[in-house]
Design a protein around this ligand. Sequence first.
Ligand SMILES: *Cc1c(COP(=O)(O)O)cnc(C)c1O
Length: 303
Amino acid sequence: MVFKLENSVNQRILVPNNYGVELFVKREDAIHPFISGNKYRKLKYNIEGAKRLGFKKLLTFGGAFSNHIAAVAYAGKMFDFETIGVIRGEELRSKIKENSTLSFAASCGMRFEFVSREAYRHKHSESFLTALRHFYNDFYLLPEGGTNTLAVKGCEEILNAGDVDFDFVCSAVGTGGTISGLINSSKSRQQVLGFPALKGDFLQEDISKFANKKNWSLILDYHFGGYAKINIALIDFINQFKKDHDIALDPVYTGKMMYGIFDLIKKGYFPDKSKILVIHTGGLQGIIGMNKTLKQKNWPLIE
Ligand SMILES: *Cc1c(COP(=O)(O)O)cnc(C)c1O
């Protein structure tokens, strides 16, 4: 099966600073016209595995604007799997058309199972999975956010031989699969910095399960209050960044990370002449969803 993902380009970004720090953005967001960034990497070996094992269906979980749901739906269409998305929030059942992520997934042929927030919390429990198996028979299960051993293996391919001269590799962090892959393929003299998009201290442990070295740390100061929480300063930053560099950042992951990196550069966190590689993990779904919320609040939109 052909599931080929090319190396993406490292684009230099000019960030005026007194320390001679240089910044490059790895354009994983440009990896594919519909499915950008790390979710596609995370699917690669899972799709291959599911095919090899003879599965015909993929089942996974996600919220209303999940990049992972969109990626699974598209990969299913491309590689000839039925796809089932278990979606958090029963109220979305009647809103598929209005929701860009769900309508995209539906156009790829994904079927949805809408569940209450309460039921969704127990999504990985045996009884919930047994009920799903009863209904849908045999399926290949992809966890929420797509992180498992094969996903980490896919993310090990983000870095390549041309990246060994960077001193720092930075990534946004959700479930920790992407940063684990980056750690595994980094050199031990490189430092891998993760910027969690949500609060909580479970990540340290989750990443340690997958990571093969200790050359990493998490920067916990830029979650902006939690997952998908946002303020005007962040919106302004994302819009200015787009104007200056012609690169869109999403408000859930990459915007917060980049804000953090700019702030750390300004504060002199990085040693003089550091070369930093920032992974742009994609995440365009987040912009449309966030703008809906911002419009309701009468806040400035992400351009
Ligand atoms: C899902 C996602 C992440 C988080 O990836 P994990 O492997 O779950 O840590 C980061 N950036 C973007 C744009 C994402 O969509």
